[in-house]
Each structure stands twice: as C-alpha cells, then as structure tokens.
Write a protein that binds this ligand. Structure first.
Ligand code: IVH
Length: 483
C-alpha cells in the first residue's frame, strides 16, 4: 500500500515536471490547464498525507517556469510568485472565510481579469524603463527588455509624476485573438510551424533573439501589480495603486472591480464567464485580491503564492459536433495514432476539424460509435480533445469504432506491447510512412541538418523508388549540389 503511494507520488512528480518543462521551456503545452491542476492537486493531497515521499524537486514546491540560456538572467528584487487557483465556487467561499478568520471581519476584494499571456516584471528607475524580465523560475528570469520595448503601450520614459525613483510593475503580455489568427495563417502559408494559441505565440515571440522580428508581431500588455519600498506611504490599497499607475501612464484594464463581499465577487465571475468570449483577447479566469495593503501584509505568503489573493479559473470551452470518421496515422516509429475527423465547428477562436484520440484505450473509454455526436474541448485552448460522446443522439444501429488489427498503410498485423497503450506496425523497413518519416527525421534540423534537402524531396525520392532506407541517401545520391 505505502509502496503504491510512493510510486504514485513519484509518477505524478515526473509527469508534472515534464508538463511544466513542455509548457514553460518549450512553450508547447501538452495537456490542458484543467487536467494539470487536477493532477497537481492530487499530488499536493498525497504529499500532505505522506510528506516522507515528497521529492525535493516536486512541482508542488515551485512556481513553474524556467530560464532560457540565450538571455541575461536577472534576479527578481521581489520574487514573482504564482497564484493559488480553484474551479469551484465553494473553494472560493472557503478562501473568503479563511481571509475573514485571519483579519477578523469581512474585507474588500479587487477583481481583475486573469489574462492568459506571459507575466512580465518591469523595472523603472527615475521614470525610465531599465529592465523587463520574464518570470523564469520565480526567483530569476530572462531579461527581454529590448523585445518588451516593442510593445507600444509600455512607456519607455514616464512623464513627470509622483512615482518613486525605483519601482517594479508587473503584468501580462498577450496577443489579441485577431492578430494571432492572422499571423498563424501567414505562418501556415509560408510552411512555418504554427502556434496552438495566442499564449504560445506570445511566449515564442518574447523569447526571440531579434527584436525587429518581435516588433512585427503585435503584442499588448496590461499591468496589475506594483512593487516598491514603503508603498504604504503613497497609498494604502491595491485599488488606489491601480488608479495611480494608470495616471503614471501604464495600461491598466478597465474591467476591474472593487467588491465588498464574496457574493459580489461571484457576480463578477458569472458575468465574465459569459462575456469573456466577446473580449478581443483570451482570459482564463478571474483574479481576486484583498484590497487593503495592511491586510495583505497580515495574510502574507505560502512558499509559492500569496494568501491574500487567489484565482478562479474558467473551465475550457466545450462544443458539440459530429464525428465524421476516424483515420489512423502511422508515425516514423510505427506508432499508429487514431485521429477523429470532425464536422468543422468554431471553438475558442479557431475552427476545429480534428482531434487526437491518442490510442485504442481512448476509443474504448469514449465508447465511440460511427456518426456519434461528441463534446469537444480545447484544454486551455490548446489541442482539441473529445471529452465524451453523447449516447442520447446515437442512432440505434450505429456501429462501434473498432481499432484496426492491421496497419492502414501496409496491412501488416499490428502489435501492442504488454502494458503499453499504443499499437505499432512492426514493418519498419517496408511501411511507407515509417521509411519516409525516418529519413525526413534523419535529414532534419535536430539530426544531420542536411541543407537543401527537404521533406518533399524525400517524398519524391520515395515515390521514384530511390530511397527505401537512410543509407540510400549516401549510396545513390552523392552530388549534393544537384538536389
Ligand atoms: S497577480 C502575487 N493579476 O496569473 C500576485 N496575476 O497563475 C501575482 N495573471 O503569474 C499575480 N492576470 O502571470 C495577477 N490580473 C492578474 C493576472 C495575473 C494574469 C497571471 C500571472 C500570474 C499567474 C498566476
């Protein structure tokens, strides 16, 4: 039993660390925020009960994020913490009760939109923007000042004002949905890799080495938190600080509300759960902050987030559409991945036509039938996923979707290794997508990086019977210039 728990903790730790790496370092999220948060909470619960099994590298102990080596690393004067989050109204009420208990009476909250972008910390010295730093690991981040300077709304030099000689202001950099769609389309037309959502596009952009390239991609920004020494001398509430920074020339969202009860907070949340779709940018929830600075100080922080703030996250958008067919793609390693072809449907800013079904287990879990009406979700607006089929709409004679027994490309019987979820085609030297995929991988940037030879040429070589193996590149084709 305790061994099982130890193994479960180790497995969740490894899994979540990998997701964090994909999300923060590669800007390539592989699961939805919701699924991530559920797993993280499960790990937190287990670690609380069995602290002896907690890994020193547990994702529960750190703010996600990482530092890339191409930029100067800068230490944050004030650590950049994360926010606790919940998807449940009851948990939000519990947060309010905890706050009330600590303070001794009800308090005011500032409700703000939770912008779905990249957090940034801006340092101003004598009114001049001197550093713009990403969150990184929360203690230190990447200096991306030149790139941030391309964002028109961020002042390089403040006008006269009653701001202190040194302060840091934090906020979120993001891309509007329309710009995202336009730029992604351009990338697709140019054969460049597209981004899954505006947040990813922003992350990829802010880390570009060439700021003239950044300038071509319209980024926007809202600021939402001020750090300075002796801030209490200037004002005593977060609300006042927001009005002030607006006066100093910073972009602050107008969709911010001062609430005097948790019911009012919930009203704000309900409003924005609907109205968010009309915004020109993506938000993934609402941030709730205790307004009075003295109360914030009394409440303090946990290891990774303030006790005086939390966030309510919206569940990913879902739509219902029809399953047209399932196709099976054979990858370079022979793994056969089922893909659902869907009746095109707009969802969170894009048209969804396909969704990954991962493997045979997933098809069985969903109990998919031909022509099913299915619920599709874009987890954190990322890769579309089928959440469930709607059996009520199923025709009585609909046939279940059956995973193939033979390779759809070469008809070899498929194999499934003991304990593994995926099926694969063992015919590695005779199955077209495996051969072409392997050769394409071999010539690619991550491997041999062979200049002047592209994926399409390999397809052509295959079609002409010139290439059946990587070694054929060297046997038959020797004069690189003639490619
Ligand atoms: S306040 C100590 N306000 O959400 C207070 N954060 O999940 C820290 N975010 O790292 C943040 N909108 O990148 C705050 N109105 C808002 C926000 C916001 C988006 C992001 C921010 C933060 C993350 C936490």
């Amino acid at each position: 039993m305790s061994q099982d728990i130890q193994a479960k903790i180790a497995q969740l730790t490894a899994e979540l660390n990998e997701y964090n790496y994909q999300y923060y370092v590669l800007a390539n999220p592989v699961i939805s925020d919701y699924e991530f948060d559920i797993k993280l909470k499960e790990l937190e619960r287990l670690e609380k009960e069995y602290p002896q099994y907690r890994d020193p590298n547990s994702p529960t102990l750190k703010v996600g994020g990482d530092i890339t080596c191409k930029f100067n690393t800068v230490k944050h004067r004030w650590p950049m913490l994360s926010l606790s989050n919940t998807y449940s109204e009851q948990e939000l009420r519990d947060f309010d009760l905890r706050v009330q208990k600590a303070i001794g009476h009800p308090v005011d909250y500032v409700c703000e939109l939770k912008f779905d972008g990249i957090s940034i910390s801006l340092t101003y010295e004598k009114g001049k923007l001197t550093h713009a730093v990403t969150r990184g690991d929360g203690m230190q981040g990447d200096e991306v000042t030149q790139n941030v300077k391309t964002i028109r709304k961020i002042p390089h030099q403040l006008k006269q004002g009653d701001y202190p000689d040194l302060f840091e202001i934090r906020g979120e950099i993001f891309m509007h949905k329309a710009a995202f769609l336009r730029l992604n389309k351009e990338r697709e037309e140019n054969g460049e890799q597209t981004y899954a959502n505006p947040r990813n596009f922003t992350a990829g952009t802010i880390k570009l080495q060439d700021s003239s390239e950044v300038a071509k991609r319209p980024l926007d920004c809202f600021l939402y938190f001020l750090y300075m020494d002796n801030r209490n001398k200037l004002f005593s509430t977060h609300w006042e600080s927001l009005q002030k920074v607006k006066e100093w020339g910073f972009p602050v969202s107008e969709h911010t509300k001062l609430c005097s009860s948790i019911d009012e907070v919930l009203e704000f949340i309900h409003y924005w759960d609907q109205a968010r779709h009309k915004l020109s940018f993506e938000i993934d929830g609402i941030v709730i902050k205790v307004n009075e600075y003295p109360y914030q100080e009394e409440l303090g922080f946990t290891a990774k987030s303030p006790r005086w703030a939390t966030s309510f996250k919206f569940k990913a958008e879902q739509v219902e559409t029809t399953l047209l067919s399932v196709s099976y793609q054979v990858g370079r390693t022979g793994v056969v991945t089922p893909v659902a072809n869907l009746k095109p449907v707009p969802l969170a800013g894009t048209t969804v036509k396909r969704a990954s079904l991962h493997n045979a287990n997933e098809i069985a879990r969903l109990d998919l039938h031909e022509g099913d009406s299915v619920f599709v979700e874009k987890g954190g607006e990322i890769i579309p996923k089928i959440i469930a089929a709607n059996p009520e709409k199923r025709k009585p004679d609909a046939k279940p979707i059956v995973y193939p027994t033979h390779c759809p490309e070469c008809n070899t019987p498929l194999i499934r290794q003991e304990g593994e979820a995926v099926h694969y085609c063992p015919n590695e030297n005779g199955c077209k997508p495996q051969i072409v995929g392997k050769v394409q991988h071999f010539i690619g940037r991550k491997m041999m990086d062979i200049q002047g030879l592209g994926d399409e040429t390999i397809e052509t070589f295959y079609r002409l019977g010139l290439v059946r193996h990587i070694s054929d590149l060297y046997t038959y084709i020797t004069d690189a210039k003639s490619w």
